[in-house]
Design a protein around this ligand. Structure first.
Ligand code: HEM
Length: 196
């Protein structure tokens, strides 16, 4: 996974648990005092170890931690690609176009980048489905990113995950609708990675 995601999680942990919290997270993850840099690429298993360690030490279920981190990340990702984003778009237009406008560009620019496949189908002007596929199974992070992007637009969204790879489904089908309280419903936040 790209170094950008590591520097972001480091910042998120520092903001919430302080510098000593980050040191402890790295220690519990078995990674020691390692530094991460934006331009480099690091093993996925290190990111998973950091996520699990940070969730455990913060006392939050892993799913809650990932949503919180995704929310933090969403606005930063958005800002980093702002020139590619049509200023006429609102949240749902952005989600509908993120695969072609952003993730495909990311893949083309950096051959090491492996962003997930996000296939969107717009149902109405106020709702859509995102079909999320990635061997990393970070659907909870995707939900947090979606909430962060919607927050950037000043919009409220409701999210419901209808199918999930952690329950053996071939993809995570994430329904997103505008205009309700941003609350995520899911079978269980503790499911994730318990099957791996
Ligand atoms: C401007 C907005 C966005 C940018 C610039 C962006 C870019 C990226 C990049 C660079 C990666 C890392 C790939 C790697 O390290 O191999 C990534 C991963 C990811 N993206 Fe996006 N993305 C954006 C929006 C979104 C949105 C809206 C969602 C979900 C609704 C999303 C879901 C994810 C997830 C969950 C990952 C983690 C890796 C995985 O699941 O395999 N992204 N994205």
């Amino acid at each position: 996974m790209l170094g950008f995601f590591f520097t972001e999680i480091r910042q998120y942990v520092r903001d919430n648990m302080g510098e000593s919290g980050w040191v402890e997270v790295m220690d519990h993850a078995g990674l020691g005092p390692k530094d991460y840099m934006n331009g480099l690429d690091y093993p996925d298993k290190e990111m998973v170890a950091i996520m699990v360690s940070a969730a455990n030490l913060s006392g939050a279920p892993l799913g809650h931690f990932l949503k919180g981190f995704g929310f933090f990340l969403g606005g930063h990702l958005f800002n980093s690609f702002k020139p590619l984003i049509n200023p006429q778009w609102r949240s749902l237009d952005f989600f509908e176009n993120v695969e072609e406008t952003i993730h495909q560009v990311v893949r083309a620019r950096n051959r090491k980048a492996r962003p997930p496949q996000l296939l969107c189908s717009r149902i109405t002007s106020r709702e859509l489905f995102i079909d999320y596929r990635s061997e990393r199974k970070l659907c909870q992070l995707a939900q947090g990113i979606a909430l962060g992007v919607a927050g950037y637009y000043g919009e409220e969204i409701e999210i419901l995950e209808e199918t999930c790879m952690h329950r053996g489904d071939p993809s995570c089908k994430i329904w997103i609708a505008l205009g309700k309280k941003p609350e995520i419903k899911r079978v269980s936040d503790d499911d994730i990675w318990s099957d791996d």
